[in-house]
Structures are given as structure tokens and as C-alpha cells.
Design a protein around this ligand. Structure first.
Ligand SMILES: [Mg+2]
Length: 384
């Protein structure tokens, strides 16, 4: 198919994008990807009535978030990917434009952990971050306020990251702590310690539900239940897909006794958390406020994440009209992020090989480290 250069403009970030694309434009509206999300979203909305259907909806939605079983043919997948990347170009390709848009502004970095700074691995306790990634994040935090925003509890993610100079927003932002080595925006002002736990009253209930889920899931081989302090993750990564429905049914049987808890799903995981209106997007806003930057016009927050729960933060940035979101994914996904990151060798491997249905442990890792490396290299240009 003939190629042409297309210039796209992101009105929120003010960044123009020049992309080489196939001549035929995508037949769908901006940001809309027909495969595979809208179907599962629609199902989730409509199924508050029947328990069995609700479980199927959870499993369908989780399967859609974990696209290791893409049924598309390679050529269809390639077309879908080309259409998607047109709207969510690589942050590496767009690096110069991002630098220009952030000039004179205070950059604040927000980084998800699993699948963003570390690979997705079978055993969630072994999702280690590489030394080079740690070094890169350390360099980044020397220049910009930097926060880890994760579904994990703070203690666990801190054991992986081991950097005192970062902000940590654990349990999907329900447990926030400022750095012990403080980053000072205003050098004349002594910064106050940041601690915030909007769901602390739920702690006894979360512990109780955790114990019950551990007990119930024992009979499902490969099931893992993780206590993330203010939320619980039930991991499906090592469970035979034929048993996903059965495990989801067990989760539901526990959860139906606790109407104050709600369930969300991500990449091979069901997550249980308090019904309070708090998410990664609100955590992002809280941290900007703690830094005294919430009402500034010259702040440029950058959020990098890979999962559905990161969408709340991407959407928050779009609503604020500041900074940008970067989705780590090598599959087309319905997202509010502006840009994407994936493995850097995509050009040499070609598209079809990235749609082989294999989610390797290294799949998302190098793109992020390259992007952050570039950020640190450009620090002299970026500082206000
Ligand atoms: Mg993640």
C-alpha cells in the first residue's frame, strides 16, 4: 500500500505528530479501536443483574486486558496496529516534540511499576527491576519530582525499587508517602512530609477478605492472592485459562458479602478495593497538590503505565490539559494516553512477529528504559 506523511496535532499537549502511514486513513474515530475492548466494556456495564453473567464479564474483560490470545490474523492485526499507532505514536519517535512542549515547565514524572519498570512475570514476587532501570530512575529523580504509582502495597514496591528519593503511591494511590530524601521545588521552603491514606478505615475488612480469598483459592492450581494493604490482587497468571471462570466464581462468592468493596480487572488479575472514589488519577492530582503545582500553568506531568488502572491517570492529564500519558503496550488498546512505548526492535522484527500471541518477560521493558534515558540526557534543556 502506498505511504504518505500525515501531520497530526494533539490540542491538549500542543504537539504535532508527523507519521508515515498507509494512504487509506483509519475508518474509525480518533482513539477508537474496535478490537478488543469496547465489547468487554459494554458487557461490564450491562451486567449488574445476573451473577453468572457478571463472572463471564469479568473473565472476558480480563482476557481482553491480557491479549496473549489474539485471534486476529497477522495481516488484520498489522492493519489494526497501523491505525492505532497513528493516534498513539511512539514516545521515542516523538521525543524532540515532547522536549519542546515541556520547555520552561516543571516536569513531574509518574511511573507505574509492573509492566512498566519491571517485566510481567509469572511469580508477582519476582517482578524485579533491573539495575540499569534503577540507575535510570535514580538519575531522573535527581532532576524532577518522580513518583511510583502502583497497585502494589508501598512496602513491596519499595523492596523492588529501593530508591529513597521517590514518592510512592501504593494500593492504586490509596497509600501515599513522600520521599525521605526530599525533592525541593522551592529551595527556600522546607517541604513537609507527605503521607495520605484515604481508605484506612477499610484495613480490617481488607485483611478479613484476604484470608477468605486465600482459603477459597487454594483448590485452584496456580492461583495467587496478594495483600496490597488497601486492596487485594487475585493473580490468574499461572492459572489454566479453562479455570479462570471457576476462580472468578470463588472471588465472587467471597465478595458478595462485602458490598463496600468493588472489583476491577487488569492484566491477568482481579483486584478488590474499597468503593471510595479514589484512583491513580486522583493520586496524581494529590501529588501535584503536595508539590504546590496543582494550580500552576507551567507544570508538565508525564505518566507512563501499561494497564487499565493507569487509564484514570491518563484521563486526568487529558482533563487537565497538561503533560501527557504514555501507554506501554505492543497491542492496540483503547486508551486516553497520547503516546506509546514498546520494544525498541520492532522495526527490525516487523509487525507480524509482535502479534504472535506471546507475552515475553522482556516485551515492554526496553522501550521505557530508553525513553527515561533520553529524558535524563536532555535534562539541561528541560529544566525551567
Ligand atoms: Mg502495570
Amino acid at each position: 500500500m502506498p505511504q504518505q506523511n500525515v501531520v497530526m496535532s494533539d490540542t491538549k499537549s500542543g504537539i504535532n505528530t508527523a507519521v508515515t502511514v498507509a494512504q487509506k486513513p483509519p475508518a474509525v474515530p480518533r482513539g477508537y479501536i474496535p478490537y478488543p475492548y469496547p465489547r468487554s466494556r459494554r458487557v461490564l456495564k450491562n451486567l449488574e443483574i445476573n451473577g453468572e453473567q457478571r463472572i463471564n464479564a469479568w473473565v472476558d474483560s480480563m482476557r481482553a486486558s491480557s491479549p496473549t490470545n489474539a485471534k486476529s490474523t497477522p495481516s488484520l492485526a498489522e492493519e489494526q496496529y497501523k491505525s492505532w499507532i497513528l493516534h498513539h505514536p511512539s514516545a521515542l519517535d516523538m521525543f524532540e516534540q515532547i522536549v519542546d512542549a515541556s520547555k520552561g515547565k516543571q516536569i513531574v514524572m509518574f511511573l507505574d511499576y509492573d509492566g512498566t519498570l519491571s517485566p510481567i512475570v509469572d511469580d508477582p514476587d519476582r517482578a524485579f527491576m533491573s539495575d540499569s532501570m534503577r540507575q535510570t530512575v535514580r538519575k531522573l529523580a535527581r532532576s524532577f519530582p518522580t513518583a511510583i504509582v502502583t497497585g502494589r502495597c508501598i512496602d513491596k514496591v519499595y523492596n523492588f525499587v529501593r530508591l529513597e528519593e521517590l514518592y510512592y503511591a501504593g494500593s492504586h494511590g490509596m497509600d501515599i508517602k513522600g520521599p525521605s530524601k526530599s525533592f525541593k521545588i522551592n529551595k527556600d521552603k522546607e517541604s513537609e512530609e507527605v503521607v495520605f491514606q484515604p481508605a484506612s478505615e477499610f484495613l480490617p475488612m481488607i485483611d478479613e477478605v484476604y484470608q477468605q480469598l486465600v482459603e477459597k483459592s487454594k483448590s485452584t492450581p496456580g492461583a495467587r492472592v496478594e495483600n496490597n494493604k488497601f486492596c487485594i490482587s487475585v493473580h490468574f497468571r499461572c492459572v489454566d485459562e479453562k479455570k479462570w471462570g471457576e476462580l472468578a466464581q470463588k472471588v465472587r462468592s467471597v465478595l458478595k458479602e462485602y458490598p463496600k468493596l468493588r472489583l476491577t480487572q487488569g492484566r491477568k488479575v482481579l483486584e478488590i478495593r474499597p468503593t471510595i472514589k479514589w484512583d491513580k488519577g486522583m493520586a496524581l492530582e494529590f501529588l501535584l497538590e503536595s508539590l504546590g503545582l496543582a494550580n500552576c500553568t507551567d507544570v508538565f506531568p508525564i505518566y507512563i503505565g501499561d494497564d487499565k488502572t493507569d487509564e484514570d491517570a491518563f484521563k486526568k492529564l487529558r482533563d487537565r490539559g497538561q503533560g501527557l500519558g504514555i501507554l506501554v503496550s505492543k497491542f492496540p488498546k483503547d486508551t486516553s494516553a497520547s503516546y506509546s512505548l514498546q520494544e525498541p526492535n520492532e522495526a527490525s522484527d516487523g509487525f507480524p512477529s509482535t502479534f504472535g500471541g506471546v507475552e515475553t518477560s522482556e516485551s515492554t521493558f526496553p522501550g521505557v528504559i530508553m525513553y527515561i534515558d533520553e529524558m535524563t540526557m536532555y535534562i539541561p534543556t528541560l529544566l525551567p
